[in-house]
Design a protein around this ligand. Structure first.
Ligand SMILES: [Zn+2]
Length: 517
Protein backbone atom coordinates (compact mmCIF):
# COMPACT_ATOMS: atom_id res chain seq x y z
CA UNK A 1 0.00 0.00 0.00
CA UNK A 2 1.58 3.36 -0.87
CA UNK A 3 1.24 6.59 1.11
CA UNK A 4 -1.49 8.16 -0.93
CA UNK A 5 -3.62 4.99 -0.78
CA UNK A 6 -3.13 4.92 2.98
CA UNK A 7 -4.26 8.53 3.42
CA UNK A 8 -7.13 7.82 1.02
CA UNK A 9 -8.17 4.87 3.19
CA UNK A 10 -7.85 7.01 6.30
CA UNK A 11 -10.08 9.77 4.94
CA UNK A 12 -12.52 7.10 3.79
CA UNK A 13 -12.73 5.74 7.36
CA UNK A 14 -13.13 9.28 8.74
CA UNK A 15 -15.96 9.94 6.31
CA UNK A 16 -17.69 6.73 7.34
CA UNK A 17 -17.23 7.45 11.04
CA UNK A 18 -18.45 11.01 10.60
CA UNK A 19 -21.38 9.78 8.57
CA UNK A 20 -22.20 7.22 11.22
CA UNK A 21 -21.92 9.85 13.95
CA UNK A 22 -24.24 12.25 12.12
CA UNK A 23 -26.55 9.38 11.52
CA UNK A 24 -26.58 8.46 15.19
CA UNK A 25 -27.36 12.08 16.00
CA UNK A 26 -30.23 12.19 13.57
CA UNK A 27 -31.82 8.95 14.65
CA UNK A 28 -33.34 10.09 17.90
CA UNK A 29 -31.43 7.50 19.81
CA UNK A 30 -31.98 4.70 17.28
CA UNK A 31 -28.58 3.65 16.10
CA UNK A 32 -27.83 2.77 12.50
CA UNK A 33 -26.01 -0.29 13.71
CA UNK A 34 -27.02 -0.88 17.29
CA UNK A 35 -24.58 -3.32 18.82
CA UNK A 36 -20.86 -3.61 18.30
CA UNK A 37 -21.53 -6.82 16.40
CA UNK A 38 -23.99 -4.99 14.15
CA UNK A 39 -21.42 -2.31 13.50
CA UNK A 40 -18.79 -4.84 12.57
CA UNK A 41 -21.24 -6.50 10.19
CA UNK A 42 -22.22 -3.14 8.68
CA UNK A 43 -18.65 -2.05 8.01
CA UNK A 44 -17.82 -5.51 6.73
CA UNK A 45 -20.67 -5.31 4.23
CA UNK A 46 -19.89 -1.74 3.22
CA UNK A 47 -16.18 -2.38 2.73
CA UNK A 48 -16.83 -5.48 0.67
CA UNK A 49 -18.51 -3.52 -2.15
CA UNK A 50 -16.35 -3.65 -5.25
CA UNK A 51 -16.77 -1.40 -8.26
CA UNK A 52 -14.43 -3.70 -10.23
CA UNK A 53 -16.82 -6.61 -9.67
CA UNK A 54 -19.81 -4.46 -10.67
CA UNK A 55 -18.06 -3.32 -13.85
CA UNK A 56 -17.25 -6.97 -14.61
CA UNK A 57 -20.93 -7.85 -14.15
CA UNK A 58 -21.98 -5.00 -16.46
CA UNK A 59 -19.48 -6.30 -19.03
CA UNK A 60 -20.84 -9.82 -18.78
CA UNK A 61 -24.49 -8.79 -19.02
CA UNK A 62 -23.94 -6.36 -21.91
CA UNK A 63 -21.66 -8.69 -23.87
CA UNK A 64 -22.76 -10.31 -27.14
CA UNK A 65 -23.08 -13.57 -25.17
CA UNK A 66 -26.41 -12.31 -23.82
CA UNK A 67 -27.36 -10.62 -27.08
CA UNK A 68 -29.03 -7.59 -25.49
CA UNK A 69 -31.34 -9.64 -23.19
CA UNK A 70 -34.59 -9.21 -25.05
CA UNK A 71 -37.50 -10.35 -22.90
CA UNK A 72 -38.93 -13.69 -23.96
CA UNK A 73 -35.74 -14.73 -25.77
CA UNK A 74 -33.40 -17.60 -24.94
CA UNK A 75 -30.80 -14.88 -24.18
CA UNK A 76 -33.08 -13.43 -21.52
CA UNK A 77 -33.50 -16.86 -19.92
CA UNK A 78 -29.73 -17.43 -19.94
CA UNK A 79 -29.14 -14.03 -18.37
CA UNK A 80 -31.73 -14.90 -15.69
CA UNK A 81 -29.94 -18.18 -14.98
CA UNK A 82 -26.64 -16.32 -14.75
CA UNK A 83 -28.13 -13.84 -12.23
CA UNK A 84 -29.62 -16.76 -10.25
CA UNK A 85 -26.21 -18.43 -10.14
CA UNK A 86 -24.53 -15.22 -8.95
CA UNK A 87 -27.14 -14.85 -6.21
CA UNK A 88 -26.47 -18.42 -5.08
CA UNK A 89 -22.74 -17.74 -4.98
CA UNK A 90 -23.53 -14.61 -2.93
CA UNK A 91 -25.08 -16.82 -0.28
CA UNK A 92 -28.60 -15.71 -1.05
CA UNK A 93 -31.43 -18.27 -1.12
CA UNK A 94 -33.41 -18.95 -4.27
CA UNK A 95 -36.99 -19.88 -3.41
CA UNK A 96 -38.77 -22.54 -5.44
CA UNK A 97 -41.44 -20.80 -7.44
CA UNK A 98 -44.66 -22.32 -8.71
CA UNK A 99 -44.68 -21.43 -12.40
CA UNK A 100 -48.01 -23.14 -13.05
CA UNK A 101 -46.55 -25.87 -15.19
CA UNK A 102 -44.69 -23.65 -17.68
CA UNK A 103 -42.14 -25.75 -19.55
CA UNK A 104 -38.54 -24.56 -19.29
CA UNK A 105 -36.25 -25.53 -22.12
CA UNK A 106 -33.90 -27.68 -20.02
CA UNK A 107 -30.28 -27.87 -21.08
CA UNK A 108 -29.83 -31.21 -19.28
CA UNK A 109 -32.13 -34.16 -18.76
CA UNK A 110 -33.52 -32.64 -15.55
CA UNK A 111 -37.17 -31.71 -15.68
CA UNK A 112 -36.90 -29.74 -12.47
CA UNK A 113 -37.75 -26.09 -12.58
CA UNK A 114 -34.78 -23.83 -11.89
CA UNK A 115 -34.99 -22.34 -8.40
CA UNK A 116 -35.57 -18.61 -8.08
CA UNK A 117 -36.94 -18.16 -11.60
CA UNK A 118 -40.43 -16.72 -11.96
CA UNK A 119 -41.69 -17.08 -15.51
CA UNK A 120 -44.67 -16.42 -17.71
CA UNK A 121 -45.26 -16.81 -21.43
CA UNK A 122 -44.76 -13.78 -23.62
CA UNK A 123 -44.80 -13.10 -27.36
CA UNK A 124 -41.57 -11.64 -28.64
CA UNK A 125 -41.32 -9.72 -31.89
CA UNK A 126 -38.13 -10.30 -33.85
CA UNK A 127 -37.28 -8.01 -36.76
CA UNK A 128 -35.03 -9.88 -39.16
CA UNK A 129 -31.64 -8.38 -40.08
CA UNK A 130 -31.18 -6.01 -43.00
CA UNK A 131 -34.40 -4.02 -43.11
CA UNK A 132 -34.61 -1.48 -45.93
CA UNK A 133 -36.08 2.03 -45.73
CA UNK A 134 -35.91 4.36 -48.73
CA UNK A 135 -37.05 7.96 -48.96
CA UNK A 136 -37.03 10.72 -51.54
CA UNK A 137 -38.76 11.96 -54.66
CA UNK A 138 -40.97 9.41 -56.32
CA UNK A 139 -38.54 8.34 -59.03
CA UNK A 140 -35.36 8.48 -56.95
CA UNK A 141 -35.73 6.91 -53.53
CA UNK A 142 -32.48 6.81 -51.56
CA UNK A 143 -31.68 4.02 -49.09
CA UNK A 144 -31.52 5.27 -45.50
CA UNK A 145 -28.91 3.96 -43.06
CA UNK A 146 -30.13 1.66 -40.28
CA UNK A 147 -29.29 3.12 -36.85
CA UNK A 148 -28.17 6.53 -38.10
CA UNK A 149 -31.22 7.52 -40.16
CA UNK A 150 -33.88 5.20 -38.79
CA UNK A 151 -34.78 2.26 -36.59
CA UNK A 152 -37.89 0.17 -37.19
CA UNK A 153 -40.21 0.32 -34.19
CA UNK A 154 -39.22 -3.05 -32.81
CA UNK A 155 -42.63 -4.62 -32.39
CA UNK A 156 -44.12 -3.20 -35.57
CA UNK A 157 -45.50 -5.68 -38.11
CA UNK A 158 -43.70 -6.76 -41.27
CA UNK A 159 -43.56 -4.04 -43.91
CA UNK A 160 -43.33 -4.17 -47.69
CA UNK A 161 -44.94 -0.93 -48.85
CA UNK A 162 -44.46 2.47 -50.40
CA UNK A 163 -46.46 5.65 -50.05
CA UNK A 164 -46.47 9.42 -50.12
CA UNK A 165 -45.45 11.10 -46.87
CA UNK A 166 -48.00 13.28 -45.05
CA UNK A 167 -46.79 15.45 -42.17
CA UNK A 168 -49.38 15.42 -39.35
CA UNK A 169 -47.76 17.64 -36.68
CA UNK A 170 -47.66 15.81 -33.35
CA UNK A 171 -50.28 13.38 -34.68
CA UNK A 172 -52.85 14.26 -32.01
CA UNK A 173 -56.65 14.13 -32.41
CA UNK A 174 -58.58 15.80 -29.61
CA UNK A 175 -61.26 18.17 -30.96
CA UNK A 176 -62.36 19.09 -27.41
CA UNK A 177 -58.94 20.71 -26.94
CA UNK A 178 -59.02 22.28 -30.38
CA UNK A 179 -56.49 19.87 -31.89
CA UNK A 180 -57.02 17.67 -34.91
CA UNK A 181 -53.76 17.10 -36.72
CA UNK A 182 -55.64 15.14 -39.39
CA UNK A 183 -58.10 17.92 -40.28
CA UNK A 184 -57.95 18.77 -43.96
CA UNK A 185 -55.50 16.04 -44.99
CA UNK A 186 -56.28 12.69 -46.50
CA UNK A 187 -53.78 10.11 -45.29
CA UNK A 188 -55.41 7.07 -46.90
CA UNK A 189 -52.69 4.75 -48.30
CA UNK A 190 -50.05 7.28 -47.24
CA UNK A 191 -47.24 7.19 -44.70
CA UNK A 192 -47.81 9.72 -41.93
CA UNK A 193 -44.92 11.52 -40.25
CA UNK A 194 -45.56 12.74 -36.71
CA UNK A 195 -43.31 14.37 -34.10
CA UNK A 196 -42.49 12.70 -30.77
CA UNK A 197 -44.15 14.11 -27.67
CA UNK A 198 -46.68 16.92 -27.57
CA UNK A 199 -46.79 20.71 -27.50
CA UNK A 200 -46.65 22.24 -24.01
CA UNK A 201 -50.07 23.86 -24.39
CA UNK A 202 -51.76 20.48 -24.87
CA UNK A 203 -52.88 19.48 -21.37
CA UNK A 204 -53.47 15.72 -21.68
CA UNK A 205 -51.02 12.87 -21.92
CA UNK A 206 -50.79 11.28 -25.38
CA UNK A 207 -48.94 8.05 -26.00
CA UNK A 208 -47.14 6.77 -29.05
CA UNK A 209 -49.77 3.99 -29.23
CA UNK A 210 -52.58 6.61 -29.33
CA UNK A 211 -50.89 8.31 -32.28
CA UNK A 212 -50.56 5.04 -34.18
CA UNK A 213 -54.26 4.29 -33.56
CA UNK A 214 -55.25 7.74 -34.94
CA UNK A 215 -53.16 7.10 -38.06
CA UNK A 216 -54.51 3.60 -38.61
CA UNK A 217 -58.13 4.70 -38.12
CA UNK A 218 -57.65 7.20 -40.96
CA UNK A 219 -56.30 4.63 -43.38
CA UNK A 220 -52.55 5.32 -43.20
CA UNK A 221 -50.35 2.49 -44.48
CA UNK A 222 -47.51 3.12 -42.05
CA UNK A 223 -45.90 5.87 -40.00
CA UNK A 224 -42.61 7.61 -39.43
CA UNK A 225 -41.89 9.42 -36.18
CA UNK A 226 -39.09 11.84 -35.32
CA UNK A 227 -37.95 14.11 -32.50
CA UNK A 228 -38.62 17.70 -33.57
CA UNK A 229 -35.64 20.04 -33.94
CA UNK A 230 -36.82 22.06 -30.91
CA UNK A 231 -35.82 20.04 -27.85
CA UNK A 232 -36.63 21.41 -24.38
CA UNK A 233 -33.71 22.28 -22.06
CA UNK A 234 -34.84 19.46 -19.76
CA UNK A 235 -34.69 16.94 -22.61
CA UNK A 236 -31.28 18.24 -23.67
CA UNK A 237 -30.00 17.81 -20.13
CA UNK A 238 -31.26 14.22 -20.22
CA UNK A 239 -29.29 13.65 -23.40
CA UNK A 240 -32.12 13.86 -25.97
CA UNK A 241 -30.84 14.15 -29.52
CA UNK A 242 -32.24 13.94 -33.01
CA UNK A 243 -31.16 10.31 -33.35
CA UNK A 244 -33.66 7.50 -33.74
CA UNK A 245 -34.09 5.43 -30.61
CA UNK A 246 -35.16 1.90 -29.67
CA UNK A 247 -38.89 1.72 -29.05
CA UNK A 248 -41.73 -0.75 -28.68
CA UNK A 249 -45.03 0.62 -29.99
CA UNK A 250 -47.04 -1.59 -27.60
CA UNK A 251 -50.07 -2.11 -29.78
CA UNK A 252 -52.17 -5.23 -30.22
CA UNK A 253 -51.65 -6.83 -33.65
CA UNK A 254 -55.09 -5.66 -34.84
CA UNK A 255 -54.18 -2.05 -33.94
CA UNK A 256 -50.55 -1.86 -35.03
CA UNK A 257 -49.03 -0.34 -38.15
CA UNK A 258 -45.53 -0.74 -39.54
CA UNK A 259 -43.48 2.22 -38.33
CA UNK A 260 -39.99 3.59 -37.93
CA UNK A 261 -38.33 6.24 -35.78
CA UNK A 262 -36.33 8.43 -38.15
CA UNK A 263 -33.65 11.01 -37.38
CA UNK A 264 -34.60 14.68 -37.10
CA UNK A 265 -32.31 15.27 -40.05
CA UNK A 266 -34.16 12.82 -42.28
CA UNK A 267 -37.51 14.31 -41.19
CA UNK A 268 -36.19 17.78 -42.10
CA UNK A 269 -35.16 16.50 -45.53
CA UNK A 270 -38.61 15.05 -46.11
CA UNK A 271 -40.29 18.31 -45.07
CA UNK A 272 -37.95 20.44 -47.11
CA UNK A 273 -39.43 18.69 -50.12
CA UNK A 274 -42.81 20.28 -49.38
CA UNK A 275 -41.73 23.91 -49.76
CA UNK A 276 -41.17 25.64 -53.05
CA UNK A 277 -37.77 26.99 -52.20
CA UNK A 278 -35.68 24.48 -50.28
CA UNK A 279 -35.69 25.55 -46.64
CA UNK A 280 -33.84 23.21 -44.27
CA UNK A 281 -35.46 24.87 -41.24
CA UNK A 282 -38.96 24.19 -42.44
CA UNK A 283 -39.66 21.52 -39.82
CA UNK A 284 -38.44 23.90 -37.10
CA UNK A 285 -40.88 26.58 -38.29
CA UNK A 286 -43.77 24.14 -38.30
CA UNK A 287 -42.88 22.86 -34.84
CA UNK A 288 -42.66 26.43 -33.53
CA UNK A 289 -46.15 27.15 -34.86
CA UNK A 290 -47.49 23.91 -33.37
CA UNK A 291 -45.88 24.72 -30.03
CA UNK A 292 -47.24 28.27 -29.90
CA UNK A 293 -50.94 27.45 -30.20
CA UNK A 294 -53.28 24.72 -31.45
CA UNK A 295 -52.92 24.93 -35.21
CA UNK A 296 -53.28 22.58 -38.15
CA UNK A 297 -49.94 22.49 -39.91
CA UNK A 298 -50.45 19.13 -41.59
CA UNK A 299 -49.56 18.74 -45.23
CA UNK A 300 -48.77 16.24 -47.91
CA UNK A 301 -45.12 16.51 -48.82
CA UNK A 302 -43.68 15.87 -52.22
CA UNK A 303 -41.68 12.94 -50.88
CA UNK A 304 -42.20 9.20 -50.67
CA UNK A 305 -40.99 6.45 -48.42
CA UNK A 306 -40.80 2.71 -48.75
CA UNK A 307 -40.41 0.33 -45.81
CA UNK A 308 -39.33 -3.29 -46.06
CA UNK A 309 -38.67 -5.72 -43.21
CA UNK A 310 -39.91 -8.96 -41.83
CA UNK A 311 -41.15 -9.37 -38.29
CA UNK A 312 -41.74 -12.79 -36.80
CA UNK A 313 -43.39 -13.40 -33.47
CA UNK A 314 -42.05 -16.09 -31.19
CA UNK A 315 -43.50 -17.30 -27.92
CA UNK A 316 -40.97 -17.43 -25.13
CA UNK A 317 -40.46 -17.15 -21.39
CA UNK A 318 -40.42 -13.85 -19.58
CA UNK A 319 -38.17 -14.49 -16.58
CA UNK A 320 -37.74 -12.69 -13.28
CA UNK A 321 -35.16 -13.86 -10.76
CA UNK A 322 -35.99 -13.92 -7.05
CA UNK A 323 -33.35 -14.21 -4.33
CA UNK A 324 -33.91 -13.75 -0.61
CA UNK A 325 -32.25 -13.34 2.75
CA UNK A 326 -34.92 -14.56 5.17
CA UNK A 327 -35.84 -12.27 8.03
CA UNK A 328 -36.86 -13.10 11.55
CA UNK A 329 -40.29 -11.51 11.12
CA UNK A 330 -43.10 -11.75 8.55
CA UNK A 331 -42.31 -8.49 6.73
CA UNK A 332 -40.16 -7.97 3.66
CA UNK A 333 -38.40 -5.30 1.64
CA UNK A 334 -37.39 -5.45 -2.02
CA UNK A 335 -34.22 -4.41 -3.83
CA UNK A 336 -34.99 -4.67 -7.55
CA UNK A 337 -33.79 -3.73 -11.01
CA UNK A 338 -34.79 -4.70 -14.51
CA UNK A 339 -32.36 -6.82 -16.48
CA UNK A 340 -33.99 -6.94 -19.94
CA UNK A 341 -33.18 -4.68 -22.88
CA UNK A 342 -33.93 -4.59 -26.61
CA UNK A 343 -31.88 -7.56 -27.80
CA UNK A 344 -30.59 -7.62 -31.37
CA UNK A 345 -33.49 -6.31 -33.48
CA UNK A 346 -32.87 -5.88 -37.20
CA UNK A 347 -29.40 -7.35 -36.59
CA UNK A 348 -28.25 -4.42 -34.37
CA UNK A 349 -27.01 -5.24 -30.87
CA UNK A 350 -28.39 -3.08 -28.06
CA UNK A 351 -26.01 -3.91 -25.17
CA UNK A 352 -28.00 -2.09 -22.45
CA UNK A 353 -25.04 -1.45 -20.13
CA UNK A 354 -26.45 1.64 -18.37
CA UNK A 355 -30.00 0.36 -19.11
CA UNK A 356 -29.94 -1.68 -16.97
CA UNK A 357 -26.98 -3.98 -16.54
CA UNK A 358 -25.84 -1.19 -14.17
CA UNK A 359 -28.83 -1.60 -11.83
CA UNK A 360 -28.57 -5.39 -12.03
CA UNK A 361 -24.89 -5.22 -11.04
CA UNK A 362 -25.81 -3.16 -7.97
CA UNK A 363 -28.53 -5.62 -6.92
CA UNK A 364 -25.97 -8.46 -7.18
CA UNK A 365 -23.24 -6.56 -5.32
CA UNK A 366 -25.58 -5.57 -2.48
CA UNK A 367 -26.75 -9.22 -2.31
CA UNK A 368 -23.09 -10.33 -2.06
CA UNK A 369 -22.33 -7.77 0.65
CA UNK A 370 -25.29 -8.87 2.77
CA UNK A 371 -25.11 -12.56 1.90
CA UNK A 372 -21.49 -12.87 2.98
CA UNK A 373 -21.94 -11.55 6.52
CA UNK A 374 -24.67 -14.10 7.26
CA UNK A 375 -27.14 -11.34 8.10
CA UNK A 376 -30.37 -12.37 9.81
CA UNK A 377 -32.45 -9.21 9.36
CA UNK A 378 -35.76 -8.44 10.96
CA UNK A 379 -37.39 -8.18 7.54
CA UNK A 380 -36.77 -10.55 4.66
CA UNK A 381 -34.73 -8.90 1.91
CA UNK A 382 -35.89 -9.89 -1.58
CA UNK A 383 -33.55 -9.33 -4.51
CA UNK A 384 -35.56 -9.11 -7.72
CA UNK A 385 -34.23 -9.05 -11.27
CA UNK A 386 -37.07 -8.18 -13.63
CA UNK A 387 -37.51 -8.85 -17.30
CA UNK A 388 -40.11 -7.17 -19.53
CA UNK A 389 -39.39 -3.61 -18.40
CA UNK A 390 -39.06 -2.25 -21.94
CA UNK A 391 -42.57 -3.59 -22.55
CA UNK A 392 -44.54 -1.66 -19.96
CA UNK A 393 -42.86 -3.30 -16.96
CA UNK A 394 -44.31 -6.77 -17.64
CA UNK A 395 -41.83 -8.43 -15.28
CA UNK A 396 -42.49 -6.28 -12.22
CA UNK A 397 -46.22 -6.64 -12.93
CA UNK A 398 -45.72 -10.41 -13.06
CA UNK A 399 -44.09 -10.26 -9.62
CA UNK A 400 -46.88 -8.20 -8.03
CA UNK A 401 -49.42 -10.65 -9.51
CA UNK A 402 -47.55 -13.60 -7.91
CA UNK A 403 -45.62 -12.17 -4.96
CA UNK A 404 -43.32 -14.48 -3.01
CA UNK A 405 -44.19 -12.62 0.21
CA UNK A 406 -47.66 -11.04 0.45
CA UNK A 407 -47.66 -7.46 -0.81
CA UNK A 408 -49.42 -6.40 2.39
CA UNK A 409 -46.31 -7.49 4.33
CA UNK A 410 -43.91 -5.90 1.85
CA UNK A 411 -42.92 -2.61 3.41
CA UNK A 412 -40.67 -0.98 0.85
CA UNK A 413 -39.35 -1.35 -2.67
CA UNK A 414 -36.05 0.11 -3.88
CA UNK A 415 -35.82 0.21 -7.68
CA UNK A 416 -32.50 0.85 -9.42
CA UNK A 417 -32.44 1.92 -13.07
CA UNK A 418 -29.84 3.80 -15.17
CA UNK A 419 -27.10 4.11 -12.59
CA UNK A 420 -23.98 3.78 -14.74
CA UNK A 421 -23.47 7.19 -16.36
CA UNK A 422 -24.44 10.84 -15.81
CA UNK A 423 -23.35 13.24 -13.09
CA UNK A 424 -23.64 10.79 -10.20
CA UNK A 425 -26.25 12.81 -8.32
CA UNK A 426 -28.67 10.29 -6.82
CA UNK A 427 -32.09 11.05 -8.26
CA UNK A 428 -34.63 9.61 -5.82
CA UNK A 429 -38.20 9.31 -7.09
CA UNK A 430 -40.20 8.69 -4.01
CA UNK A 431 -43.70 7.63 -3.02
CA UNK A 432 -44.80 7.38 0.60
CA UNK A 433 -41.23 7.02 1.73
CA UNK A 434 -40.03 8.67 4.91
CA UNK A 435 -37.59 11.35 3.82
CA UNK A 436 -35.79 10.98 7.13
CA UNK A 437 -34.97 7.34 6.28
CA UNK A 438 -33.67 8.34 2.84
CA UNK A 439 -31.53 11.03 4.43
CA UNK A 440 -30.18 8.84 7.19
CA UNK A 441 -29.00 6.29 4.66
CA UNK A 442 -27.26 9.16 2.85
CA UNK A 443 -25.50 10.26 6.07
CA UNK A 444 -24.36 6.73 6.76
CA UNK A 445 -22.35 6.59 3.54
CA UNK A 446 -21.41 10.27 3.23
CA UNK A 447 -23.70 10.91 0.28
CA UNK A 448 -26.46 13.02 1.79
CA UNK A 449 -25.42 16.05 -0.27
CA UNK A 450 -25.69 14.05 -3.45
CA UNK A 451 -29.35 13.15 -2.90
CA UNK A 452 -31.96 14.89 -5.00
CA UNK A 453 -35.62 14.17 -4.18
CA UNK A 454 -38.43 14.05 -6.73
CA UNK A 455 -41.95 12.72 -6.90
CA UNK A 456 -43.01 9.52 -8.60
CA UNK A 457 -42.47 9.12 -12.35
CA UNK A 458 -44.65 6.57 -14.20
CA UNK A 459 -43.09 3.84 -16.29
CA UNK A 460 -40.56 2.38 -13.84
CA UNK A 461 -40.58 -1.04 -12.22
CA UNK A 462 -41.54 0.68 -8.97
CA UNK A 463 -44.94 1.52 -10.48
CA UNK A 464 -46.69 -1.85 -9.90
CA UNK A 465 -45.45 -1.78 -6.29
CA UNK A 466 -46.67 1.77 -5.78
CA UNK A 467 -50.04 0.70 -7.18
CA UNK A 468 -50.05 -2.10 -4.58
CA UNK A 469 -49.67 0.51 -1.83
CA UNK A 470 -45.99 -0.18 -1.07
CA UNK A 471 -43.56 2.67 -0.31
CA UNK A 472 -41.22 2.96 -3.26
CA UNK A 473 -38.06 4.78 -4.19
CA UNK A 474 -36.58 4.57 -7.66
CA UNK A 475 -32.90 5.51 -7.88
CA UNK A 476 -31.18 6.79 -11.01
CA UNK A 477 -27.99 8.69 -11.70
CA UNK A 478 -28.69 12.34 -12.62
CA UNK A 479 -27.40 14.20 -15.64
CA UNK A 480 -27.34 13.10 -19.25
CA UNK A 481 -27.66 9.49 -20.40
CA UNK A 482 -26.63 10.09 -24.01
CA UNK A 483 -26.59 6.40 -24.99
CA UNK A 484 -30.11 5.72 -23.75
CA UNK A 485 -31.77 3.12 -26.03
CA UNK A 486 -28.85 3.29 -28.47
CA UNK A 487 -26.45 0.60 -29.71
CA UNK A 488 -23.73 2.74 -28.07
CA UNK A 489 -24.91 1.92 -24.51
CA UNK A 490 -21.80 -0.18 -23.89
CA UNK A 491 -19.85 -1.22 -20.77
CA UNK A 492 -16.90 1.06 -21.52
CA UNK A 493 -19.13 4.13 -20.98
CA UNK A 494 -19.93 3.07 -17.40
CA UNK A 495 -18.46 5.11 -14.56
CA UNK A 496 -17.28 2.85 -11.68
CA UNK A 497 -17.41 5.71 -9.16
CA UNK A 498 -21.13 6.26 -9.80
CA UNK A 499 -21.82 2.52 -9.48
CA UNK A 500 -19.88 2.41 -6.23
CA UNK A 501 -21.66 5.38 -4.67
CA UNK A 502 -25.10 4.16 -5.60
CA UNK A 503 -24.31 0.63 -4.37
CA UNK A 504 -23.20 2.13 -1.03
CA UNK A 505 -26.42 4.09 -0.78
CA UNK A 506 -28.64 1.13 -1.71
CA UNK A 507 -26.81 -1.02 0.84
CA UNK A 508 -27.36 1.58 3.58
CA UNK A 509 -31.02 2.01 2.71
CA UNK A 510 -31.67 -1.75 2.50
CA UNK A 511 -29.84 -2.22 5.80
CA UNK A 512 -32.01 0.33 7.58
CA UNK A 513 -35.26 -0.87 6.04
CA UNK A 514 -34.47 -4.52 6.73
CA UNK A 515 -33.85 -3.56 10.35
CA UNK A 516 -37.43 -2.35 10.56
CA UNK A 517 -36.99 1.37 9.96
ZN1 LIG B 1 -34.86 1.30 -21.22
Amino acid sequence: MNGSTRSGTLSFVVVILLGTFLCLLSLDGRAFAQSEEDQRAWFGALNSLSSERMIADVRTLSSPAFNGRQDGSADDLRSAQWVAQELTLAGVQLPLIDNKGIAFPSPGASKEEPAGIMASMVSTPLIEPDPVVRTGATDQLVTAQLGRDYLPVFDSPSADLQGQVVFVGYGIVDPAQGIDDYAGVDVKNCIVLFLRGKPDHYPSPVSHADKVRFARARGALAYLTATGPIISPYEIRRGATGRPSALYGQLAPDQALPGAWISTKLAETLLAGSSDESNPDHLRTLQEQLNNAPAARSRRVNRYASLHWKTTIEDGLLTNVVGMIPGTGPEAIIVGAHRDHFGRPAGLLFPGADDNASGTAIVLEVARALGKIGLRPQRTILFLSFSGHEKDSLGSRLYTSRPVIPLGSTKAMINIDHVGVGDGVLILRVTEFKKSTLKEAGYAVGLVRKLDYYGFLPGGDDEPFKEAGISTVSIASGGAHPHMHQPTDTADTINPEILRNIARYVLALAWMLAGGQ
